[in-house]
Design a protein around this ligand. Structure first.
Ligand code: MN
Ligand code: MN
Length: 290
């Protein structure tokens, strides 16, 4: 008799057992060594997996079931504690391999800096990449307390790499005045406070483009997602985030990869953040992996 892992909580619910046959790969990036405030997101991916067994396999939004997509949960990348540069190098190499194997990468953080090496890998494969970024924070700093490797910098690094005009930030309500000014000067579009409405305007302009979607869970209001390191009042609802994921799924953009970061279970006493994140991951699988 073969033990069925797909409901064990060790892997994301209904994860396929064979890497080779899978279209998408879910992987964890358990790093939180550069956070500016409360650490703990290194435990995010494991908890999102564990609570995923509480999900239904069917999405009434998309009229699609998890059985219709083959995805493999590869577990967490074993990152070296306290060494951000080597951790980032390992993530980049890992995603390079996923892309070489033709897989759709679906990452779970971890702090938001883990998205930076993923952006690099994606950009190597898709030179005309655009990034859809949902977050409470601009993440446009060049450094934090003199440290260029910080979770407040990944979108600035991405802008320098792929061009600020190819980045679209939604739900933003926190950052330094200089960050907002810089974005305006260089043409990085920041849509403050809301996500769904401005997204509806932007998506037609990205039609046909390869797009990477990065979601920082703190884009949600702390009432919807208290389990994260840097909560920020005035955020969107989980209903709006779902609608935004579905809007992207139904658009003509070519989603080539995605991640969801910054879930920190230690502040998540009701587990509502992990549960919400796991539902978002389900909708991203069903909506983005064609
Ligand atoms: Mn962020
Ligand atoms: Mn944030």
């Amino acid at each position: 008799m073969r033990f069925d892992e797909s409901y064990s909580g060790n892997v994301f619910i209904k994860s396929h057992s064979d890497y080779k046959e899978s279209q998408a790969v879910i992987y964890g990036m358990p790093m939180d060594w550069t956070v500016s405030f409360r650490p703990g997101s290194r435990f995010g991916p494991a908890r999102i997996r564990e609570v995923s067994v509480g999900l239904e396999e069917y999405s009434p939004y998309l009229d699609r079931e998890l059985d219709e997509v083959k995805y493999f949960d590869a577990g967490d990348i074993p990152l070296p504690f306290g060494n951000p540069q080597r951790s980032l190098d390992m993530i980049e190499e890992y995603v390079d391999q996923l892309l070489a194997d033709g897989k759709f990468p679906l990452g779970m953080g971890g702090e938001h800096l883990v998205s930076w090496p993923v952006f690099k890998a994606m950009h190597k494969k898709y030179p005309d990449l655009a990034i859809i970024h949902m977050d409470a924070h601009t993440d446009l700093r060049t450094e934090y307390e003199g440290e260029p490797l910080s979770h407040s910098t990944p979108i600035r690094k991405a802008a320098d790499l792929i061009g600020p005009e190819n980045i679209f930030s939604f739900g933003i309500r926190s950052g330094m005045k200089e960050e907002f000014q810089w974005a305006k000067e260089v043409g990085l579009q920041i849509f403050k406070f809301d996500v769904h409405k401005p997204l509806c305007d932007v998506l037609p302009k990205l039609s046909g483009r390869p797009v990477y979607v990065t979601i920082d869970i703190d884009v949600l209001d702390p009432a919807h997602a208290p389990g994260t390191g840097t909560v920020d009042a005035g955020g969107i609802t989980s209903k709006e985030l779902l609608a935004s994921i579905h809007e992207i799924a139904r658009s003509n953009v070519k989603v080539v990869g995605a991640d969801l970061v910054e879930v920190a279970p230690v502040y998540d006493h009701s587990e509502q953040t992990a549960n919400t994140a796991s539902k978002m991951i389900r909708e991203m699988i069903l909506g983005f992996v064609k």
